[in-house]
Design a protein around this ligand. Structure first.
Ligand code: GDP
Length: 170
């Protein structure tokens, strides 16, 4: 079986659930008291798909202001970037647009962008409407998906969508 390596980095405000998404995907677990990421953390996960094995190399970056200048080190080598916002915090959706602009100006050409509206289990606290985020994602040709690291909704689906959109390099 062919091995395909997929480098993915996660960007977005502190507290939107980046580390929790990676933890759910890689270990299938959720820790409500997860520690904040300092700088960046790296994890891998192998997923058999059709007649290939997809090896995800995932960089989870810290959203804190003091670490933001480190982000280019991670997204520059990535085939895909997941920009995460929290559906219950409108300001995290606005912040996402800053990341998009940064990727457009300084990111690798043809980087696959996925926008993840996380914490979709918290329906009663929603501040960002699905349609609004979906339309925005379409306008920049990004994948759009609402996820919940807590309940596992759309986590592996998101990584699958990303792998479909990353071009194969022979
Ligand atoms: P990061 O700073 O973006 O890496 O965010 P964390 O992964 O540290 O998560 C911040 C907080 O949000 C933690 O208390 C998590 O338990 C919580 N959290 C993360 N994802 C979800 C989710 O999908 N649903 C809910 N309800 N809480 C979440």
């Amino acid at each position: 079986m062919a091995l395909r390596e997929l480098k993915v980095c996660l960007l977005g405000d502190t507290g939107v659930g980046k580390s929790s998404i990676v933890c759910r995907f890689v270990q299938d677990s959720f820790d409500p008291d997860i520690n904040p990421t300092i700088g960046a953390s790296f994890m891998t996960k192998m997923v058999p798909r059709n007649n290939e094995i997809h090896k995800y190399l995932i960089w989870d970056t810290a959203g804190q202001e003091r670490f933001r200048s480190l982000a280019p080190m991670y997204y520059r080598g990535s085939a895909a970037a997941v920009i995460v916002y929290d559906i219950t915090k409108e300001e995290t959706f606005h912040m996402l647009k800053t990341w998009v602009k940064e990727l457009q100006h300084h990111g690798p050409q043809n980087i696959v962008v996925a926008i993840a509206g996380n914490k979709c289990d918290l329906v009663d606290m929603r501040e960002v409407q699905t349609e609004l985020a979906k339309n925005y994602a379409e306008s920049i040709d990004a994948i759009f998906i609402e996820t919940s690291a807590k309940t596992s909704i759309n986590i592996s689906e998101m990584f699958e969508e990303i792998s479909k959109k990353i071009p194969c390099v022979e």
